[in-house]
Ligand binder design. Sequence first.
Ligand SMILES: [Zn+2]
Ligand SMILES: [Zn+2]
Length: 423
Amino acid sequence: MNAPDQPFALDAAVIAAADRLEPKVIAWRRDLHQNPELGNRELRTSKVIADHLRSLKVIEVREKIAHTGVIGILKGGLPGPVVALRADIDALPVEEQVDVPFRSRVKTEWNGVQCGVMHACGHDAHTAILMGVAEVLAGLRDRIRGTVKFLFQPAEEGAPEGEEGGAQLMIKEQALKNPDVGAIFGLHVTSNIHTGNVGYRVGPMMASSDTWKVFLRGTQTHGAMPWRGIDPIVVGAQVVLGLQTIVSRRLDITKEPSVVTVGMFQGGNRDNIIPDDVTMVGTIRSFDEEQRNQIHAHVKHITEMIAAAGGAKARVEIRRGYDVTVNHPELTEWAIPTIARIAGDGRVGVIDKVCGAEDFSFFQKEVPGLFYRLGCTPPSKAILDSAPGHSPRFYLDEDCLKLGVKTQCALALDWLQANRPGP
Ligand SMILES: [Zn+2]
Ligand SMILES: [Zn+2]
């Protein structure tokens, strides 16, 4: 990558514009917060986004990408490469408990069950930030070397059952093509960091997330005469314990951490019947593709062998979910000085790995990408007292929004400048 020839020439303009836009970004965030929509159902949200992008006059707007996604394309006044900025736009089936005037009271149905809807993961903030970035950069269009692609992505939290969605579907629908993207930047708010600060990691930052299901079949019999059947509950209990040995005894824990959780165990319907079947469901988290595959093999092998030892039959299904979110090492090392320049001295730090998963990981498999965390807990509040994302008490300090606008603008501009064609 080239060194910038006009170091940070646009910083002052970006900072002034972001400060001026702050009330608008906050208003957008509140409007989205009060009107949250679940994955693949973000109809109002995408209209708000598309209307805003169109109002800026210089952005080409593509709608209905991956159902409800929106792509904005801003061609700068000078020739150059293409950088993408991504915001996820969906909310969660969570009933809000935060007492703010713009609290969500929306109710809907998720996979057939009635639920409240809340922006409990802060995607309202991500959307408002990227709308702000689009406005700032539209104002600097003549001085931009290349093209900025704004990806407003639906269904990061997962599509409804039986539907495709999210980053994978956007990629399938050519979101990174025409014009072809050279690098991508994304951010996520977090209650683990105070407002004004940014966290990142080089390499694996968030886990892969896979779902496993085990179906155990025994032979139903009277609870008083267990010898007349095969008890899948006892077999299942041994499987639960067997799975604990994967992380503790089979994986090289000096390499990366991982998790195997049993989240559901169902079988039987009364005290004196040993049932035919037991169903178990759980999640697997990993930070390394090889270990991830090893875990899958162990889950299958341990379950099948324990079942065979107990005379039962086992069927194991593993559904691969999101991949490991891996920050491109070179791009990350290059980008951190830009973020630090904007956030200020001592405001950017390396954070611990996160066992949650992100579908930003799929963009990073296509092009070099950096995903970083933007602190959103007010400085007056202790981190341990702040509710995490997905909690009905998740609270976002809106002071964090303008820093997000500035860092995303600066990353895009610096990257275009550093990767411009020619000497
Ligand atoms: Zn989330
Ligand atoms: Zn999220």
